[in-house]
Design a protein around this ligand. Structure first.
Ligand SMILES: [Zn+2]
Length: 170
């Protein structure tokens, strides 16, 4: 997997630079912080990470180059608590933490734990606010808008079915 140093604003995203902040793009050529998260934190963090939305704008599949037992594609996005950074992490970050004792920065852990649910409007609004006015992020935002509009239409449709008593919409 392409290496990006933790807390750097490099990434192979459609846009780079601040507020993007790379986390967990590990590569065996570089050392990474090793430690164990407290079980209480990991229990919640692992659930949040696996429920996170995967943005599939990255091309290709990443393989874990430490054990070759895990692959992932795409990226996860979490606004920092102070909304100054937009953390971008590979979905495989859970595997790195669990199988290879990767210890992510505390600020990232806090961001994941306090992030609104990824299918919520609140989350979409946060991303839009953070990337507003970025011409290089417009492709990404356009896609977001489209998928968000589709989701709202789907929810409206399901609500109307529910209102009409359609049992398949329950
Ligand atoms: Zn591995």
């Amino acid at each position: 997997m392409t290496y990006y140093a933790d807390m750097s604003s490099d990434s192979m995203w459609w846009f780079t630079g601040e507020p993007l902040c790379s986390i967990g793009w590990l590569n065996p050529a570089y050392e990474y912080p090793v430690d164990t998260l407290s079980p209480g934190v990991w229990d919640v963090l692992s659930v949040r990470l696996s429920a996170a939305r995967r943005f599939l704008c990255h091309r290709g599949l990443h393989e874990c180059e430490y054990c070759w037992q895990n692959t992932c594609s795409g990226a996860l996005l979490f606004p920092s608590v102070d909304l100054q950074k937009l953390f971008i992490a590979p979905p495989m970050i859970s595997h790195y933490i669990e199988a290879h004792s990767y210890f992510p920065p505390e600020e990232f852990v806090e961001a994941v734990l306090s992030c609104p649910q990824h299918d919520s409007d609140e989350y979409c609004d946060l991303l839009e606010d953070m990337l507003e006015g970025r011409p290089d992020a417009s492709n990404f935002l356009e896609q977001e808008m489209l998928s968000r509009a589709a989701r709202i239409r789907r929810n409206d449709y399901l609500s109307s079915l529910r209102a009409s008593g359609d049992k398949w919409a329950q």
